[in-house]
Every structure is written in structure tokens, then in C-alpha cells.
Design a protein around this ligand. Structure first.
Ligand code: FES
Length: 164
């Protein structure tokens, strides 16, 4: 006597139904995975390809923090804030040779580049070295809250002072 003969009637149908359900579940799962993938690619295609950068405008705080005759380097934003006899001005601290960050040398009274030895005055004028241009001056102004703001987005073609 075979095993089939012992099975109750309908057992074969139950196995067929569960196999059918397994295939339906597999098919629905595959369709869902395909839809999720298509939605993900669709979102990436439609989402704006934007690079979020920090603002080029730096808040340097109250101008009182820069006493007359001082040269202050903001390492974070790569700018100098200089309080000269004509007022406060801002310069880029990035060397015009190959872009190294320069440093103020108070003992020498100059700005020096550690990479290839360019030297600049406190007004950014090149003294020596391979730098092809002076350090660029940056637009600076005082906002309605009395804070000194510096725009690093583009160099000024001329000198500009903030009078306090
Ligand atoms: S990067 Fe400053 S001198 Fe070369």
C-alpha cells in the first residue's frame, strides 16, 4: 500500500494551494522590490543635485574686539581683520601662489606663507616670494546689530575700510 493511499482526501489540494500561495507571495514581493527600486531611482533623478556650502559671509563679531594696530587671523574662515590708521579692513589669508594658508608673524610684522616663503605686508602687499598677487581685500561692513561682516565670495579690486 502506497503513502498516497493513506493521505486523506484534499491533502494534495492543500499542498498545491500552499505552493500557489508561496509563488504569489514571491511574485508580489518581487514587484514591490522593483517598485521600491524604481521609486528610489526616480527620487534621485528628480531631487536637485545641489552642493550645500557654508555661507561666504563671516560674522567677525563686534569691531571693538579689534583694537587699533591689531592684525587678527581667523583660521576658521581664512581671513585677516586688520585695524589700521584708516579703519578696519579684511583680507583673505589664502596665499595667491598655490593657496596655502598664510600666518601673521607679529615678531616680524609681516604675513608669511609656510609653503614657498612668500611674504606680505599687513596690507597684503607682496614683499617677496613666488606669490603672483597681493592678498586680496574682502568686502567688510557693519550690520544693523553692530557686528562686523566679511564677504569672502569675491575679492575687492580696491581698498575698503570700515570706520568705527
Ligand atoms: S603657496 Fe604660498 S608661496 Fe606658495
Amino acid at each position: 500500500m502506497s503513502d498516497d493511499a493513506k493521505k486523506p482526501e484534499g491533502a494534495e489540494n492543500d499542498a498545491a494551494v500552499s505552493r500557489r500561495q508561496a509563488f504569489v507571495t514571491l511574485g508580489v514581493g518581487s514587484i514591490c522590490a522593483a517598485c521600491a527600486g524604481a521609486a528610489m531611482f526616480g527620487y534621485e533623478f528628480l531631487a536637485p543635485n545641489v552642493l550645500y556650502e557654508p555661507s561666504p559671509v563671516v560674522n567677525a563679531g563686534k569691531p571693538d574686539g579689534y583694537p587699533a594696530g591689531s592684525v587678527t587671523q581667523d583660521q576658521q574662515s581664512a581671513v585677516y581683520i586688520v585695524h589700521g590708521p584708516e579703519g578696519i579692513y579684511a583680507m583673505s589669508a589664502v596665499c595667491t601662489h598655490l593657496g596655502c594658508l598664510t600666518a601673521w608673524k607679529p615678531e616680524l610684522g609681516i604675513i608669511a606663507c609656510p609653503c614657498h616663503g612668500s611674504k606680505f605686508t599687513r596690507a597684503g602687499v607682496k614683499i617677496e616670494g613666488p606669490a603672483p598677487h597681493p592678498l586680496p581685500w574682502l568686502r567688510a561692513w557693519i550690520n544693523e546689530d553692530g557686528d562686523l561682516l566679511i564677504d569672502r565670495s569675491e575679492p575687492l579690486g580696491q581698498k575698503q575700510f570700515v570706520r568705527t
